[in-house]
Design a protein around this ligand. Structure first.
Ligand code: DX5
Ligand code: ZN
Length: 234
């Protein structure tokens, strides 16, 4: 039988996590939505922070991240799609985010920002847009706990998955494994029950899903289905 166990550089079996994007939830019943994804077995809560400058949309900020951190046992994964993220990253850690990612395109002092996030006690991530070359990550791979590969252009939920992202994931996986690093790969945008297995096979560890979870009418069941679809690679 074909060996399907994906292993990290230290030989451990890879652990898959579903990170529902709260941006797509029903905000009038946020508590119930969080409970549903917890029941479904979500591993994280993904919080999309947008400022209307780096991306053409404005979403949530520090108070919502603070509320999510209080309302859920799941670690909050804050994805900062903002200009000058170095000015705010530590404040998101203080607000309770256990993971904070900043965009490689937005931060001219990535090394400093990632170090600050880590010394605040959170995991530091670097997010990368579909058109940005992966080579731009080379110097920070060692410092980052995870890389967020955007599989849509950031700004909105509900967009179509960019198929080319699979090949980018495979290349990034090689870059990480060749260096013997444990940096995890998160994929963000357009993930659903049809394409998640391919992403898992390509080397993704963390799967962000907004519309396919909260637009489904049954978020708990949707998270369960996404988890099951990744299981064939466990
Ligand atoms: C896009 C965001 C994503 C997105 C995910 O700018 O970073 O997290 O909301 O939502 P879906 O799964 O609907 O693409
Ligand atoms: Zn996101």
């Amino acid at each position: 039988m074909q060996e399907k166990v994906h292993r990290t550089a230290d030989g451990a079996a890879r652990k898959f996590e579903i990170a529902p994007s709260i941006m797509s939830a029903d905000w009038t019943r946020l508590g119930a939505e969080i409970e549903a994804i917890e029941q479904g077995g979500a591993g994280l809560v993904h919080a999309d922070v947008m400022d209307g400058h780096f991306v053409p949309n404005i979403t949530l900020g520090l108070p919502v991240v603070r509320a999510l951190a209080r309302a859920s046992n799941l670690p909050v994964d804050a994805h900062l799609m903002i200009a000058e993220p170095e000015r705010y990253a530590e404040r998101f850690v203080e607000a309770g985010a256990r993971m904070v990612s900043v965009h490689v395109e937005a931060d001219r002092h990535l090394h400093r920002t990632l170090s600050a996030i880590k010394s605040g006690g959170a995991e530091a991530g670097v997010a990368i847009n579909p058109a940005t070359p992966l080579v731009n990550l080379e110097e920070v791979l060692e410092l980052a706990d995870y890389i967020v590969v955007m599989s849509v252009n950031p700004g909105f939920g509900g967009q179509t998955f960019i198929a080319r992202s699979i090949e980018r994931i495979q290349r990034l996986r090689r870059m990480i494994d060749e260096r013997g690093l444990l940096t995890r790969i998160e994929i963000d945008g357009g993930i659903d029950a049809h394409n998640i297995a391919n992403a898992a096979a390509a080397g993704v560890d963390i799967f962000v899903a907004g519309t396919s979870v909260f637009g489904s009418g049954n978020p708990a069941q949707a998270v369960r289905e996404l988890r099951e679809a990744t299981m064939q690679w466990v």
